[in-house]
Design a protein around this ligand. Structure first.
Ligand SMILES: NC(=O)c1ccc[n+]([C@@H]2O[C@H](COP(=O)([O-])OP(=O)(O)OC[C@H]3O[C@@H](n4cnc5c(N)ncnc54)[C@H](O)[C@@H]3O)[C@@H](O)[C@H]2O)c1
Length: 363
């Protein structure tokens, strides 16, 4: 495969995973930008890039400068969530393909702007909802699409986690409406995305309670309970919380169909522990994937995101998780927040909602 290169904006904690993932996928980091030069140095020195690879990374503090100078094949955006859409629009405007960390944006208008701008400029947008690549999740999606579950009845996504004060103190944007969006946006989005995706994608309406119960020092929700009515007649249940004492308990996904029952467990719902599906055993390679993803090395989880991007650049694959998928995921969360605020079910599709519209909701 030809050698492709990428530039990264945001020397964040998650960028450490991106650098290893991209390296495993055979991609070269050509430029790295962060407001803080110290963060760039910290991430680069902690990475597995060799001295030559590090030396050839152009570093800068202003991404507008990077956009003028870089000849990278695409740009990864790994900054705080509130800046994703603005930076993505600038990258797209400069003609670059982009890989955006989740969530794609903190407003539906911004997500739509990214989708439309990319279409206009004919560039690709990928969103880092990497759990969709897990062999267990792909197997579930494939079996449902193949009709093995029969008529879908209902599915559940449970995210029962813990995030303490130390977590929120580590970065000032966390727990804010403007730059984080809340627990559903930050911690729960992967499993919410997968639930919508595997249950057929098209939602009729959502009813939810969201609240801030145990984190008085943040602005946003720390838990949400949502009921989804899908257009295909099935239902979904979302339970997302960071209030579980004293540590993460589980991330679990259930799907119930007329001829299929599946239960996937964490980390990242990477393991199928119940698979009662008519005439459809779990393939060996899916089972073999469990061990690797149970104790992932740095970069393992994002690796398929980069492999997919490299294959896209080589003209071999479409982008697997695109901007529309990124929008679908945040739309469910906006529906939950709006339903909770209005204390009534909310019909989809939704337009024109931003996380900052919910400021003060739990005060
Ligand atoms: N896909 C996943 O599983 C996953 C996991 C963790 C975090 N994330 C996402 O990754 C993103 C980053 O999270 P984090 O906790 O790693 O962040 P972080 O707080 O560690 O780092 C954010 C970095 O962005 C930089 N930055 C902000 N604005 C900038 C700008 N305009 N130009 C250049 N640099 C800028 C900051 O200086 C900082 O170094 C968030 O959107 C988060 O939701 C995704």
């Amino acid at each position: 495969m030809a050698e492709y290169s990428y530039a990264m904006i945001g020397a964040s904690r998650i960028s450490e995973q991106h650098i290893e993932a991209a390296k495993m996928a055979g991609l070269r980091l050509s430029a790295f930008c962060d407001l803080s030069p110290d963060n760039i140095q910290r991430v680069l020195s902690g990475s597995s890039l060799n001295d030559d690879e590090k030396k050839n990374v152009a570093v800068c503090g202003d991404y507008h400068h990077l956009l003028k100078e870089t000849d990278a094949d695409f740009i990864t955006i790994a900054t705080d969530s509130g800046s994703h859409a603005r930076i993505a629009l600038d990258c797209i405007d400069a003609g670059f393909h982009v890989l955006i960390e989740k969530p794609i944006a903190l407003s539906l208008k911004d997500a739509d702007a990214v989708i439309n701008a990319a279409e206009k400029k004919n560039v690709a947008v990928a969103v880092s909802l990497q759990n969709r690549f897990n062999p267990a999740v792909k197997q579930l999606k494939h079996a449902i699409e193949h009709g093995d579950f029969g008529r879908l009845l209902h599915g559940c996504a449970h995210i029962r986690w813990n995030r303490d004060e130390e977590y929120f103190k580590a970065a000032s944007w966390r727990g804010t409406w403007a730059a984080d969006g809340g627990t559903l946006f930050n911690q729960c989005i992967h499993n919410i995305d997968i639930l919508r995706w595997v249950m057929g994608g098209e939602i009729d309406e959502v009813f939810a309670y969201t609240d801030r119960l145990a984190h008085p020092y943040i602005e946003t929700d720390d838990m949400g309970l949502g009921l989804i009515k899908m257009k295909n007649g099935s239902y979904g249940f979302i339970e997302g919380t960071i209030n579980v004492y004293p540590k993460n308990l589980e991330e679990t996904l259930y799907v119930f169909g007329e001829t299929g029952t599946a239960k996937l467990v964490g980390p990242s719902v990477s393991k199928i522990v119940e698979w009662n599906v008519k005439d459809d055993p779990i393939p060996g390679e899916v089972v073999q994937s469990y061990e690797k993803l149970a104790q992932p090395a740095k970069g393992d989880k994002h690796r398929p995101v980069y492999e997919n991007f490299a294959a896209f650049l080589a003209g071999k694959e479409p982008i697997f998780v695109d901007a529309k998928a990124g929008r679908d995921a945040i739309e469910v969360i906006f529906a939950m927040l709006l339903s909770s605020k209005q204390k009534q079910p909310v019909k989809l599709p939704l337009k024109d909602l931003a996380t900052i519209d919910f400021a003060g909701m739990y005060d």
